[in-house]
Write a protein that binds this ligand. Structure first.
Ligand SMILES: [Zn+2]
Ligand SMILES: [Zn+2]
Length: 206
């Protein structure tokens, strides 16, 4: 049987991301990078988030190589202690010492950490990935969600406010419902629309 290299991560190119992908055996890294970067939801990763993800996988692989056990969240935390801007130099030195004591080659690992620019180049040059702009339908969908959430929040705050005034006898009202209606008026023809209808029909009729 011939050796299969297709499933190996990071052998697609010779850039730094490709090299560390091979060296640390980061399975499926390229797929992850493209998927997280082009995700059409709010969960989408920036290239900074992606660089952090790559570096944490490098750190994890190095801890695995050293045979260390780690708890949930420990990789993220160790990475933060090594690189975070808000971490004191004393804490950083301490973290490095502990890792070295556990036979983790800290210098080497830090040298293998990648920047967001390197990840961006890998994505666009080596993997030929690109960020498509969202379709009109996706934009409408997102706007609908955003405005819907805003309406719900307005309704909730209104309800709380009225209920509180009622409890304090500042206001007198029976059981009540709150309905939030947002209307948009076209200044060309004075036609009014609820925002829902306007989005639904894709514009004014004038
Ligand atoms: Zn590359
Ligand atoms: Zn109009």
């Amino acid at each position: 049987m011939s050796e299969s290299s297709t499933e190996e991560a990071g052998v697609s190119c010779g850039c730094k991301v490709g090299r560390i992908g091979s060296r640390y055996d980061l399975d499926g890294l390229d797929d992850e990078l493209v998927r997280y970067w082009t995700d059409r939801t709010d969960e989408r990763y920036s290239t900074r988030d992606l660089a952090e993800h790559v570096n944490q996988r490098v750190l994890q692989a190095a801890l695995d190589d050293a045979g260390l056990q780690y708890k949930d969240g420990e990789i993220e935390n160790t990475y933060r202690l090594l690189t975070g801007e808000d971490v004191s130099s004393g804490t950083r030195v301490q973290t490095r010492k502990e890792l070295e004591r556990d036979s983790v080659p800290v210098d080497e690992i830090e040298g293998d950490f990648v920047s967001h620019q390197t990840v961006y180049n890998h994505l666009t040059n080596c993997l030929e990935a690109s960020l498509d702009s969202p379709s009109d339908e996706e934009r409408l969908e997102r706007s609908r969600d955003k405005l819907g959430a805003l309406r719900n929040r307005t309704a909730a705050v209104t309800e709380d406010t009225v209920a509180q005034l009622d409890r304090n006898d500042v206001l007198d009202v029976g059981e009540f419902d709150v309905l939030v209606n947002v209307t948009v008026t076209c200044k060309d023809c004075r036609q009014q629309y609820t925002i829902r209808d306007l989005l639904e029909q894709g514009g004014c009729e004038c």
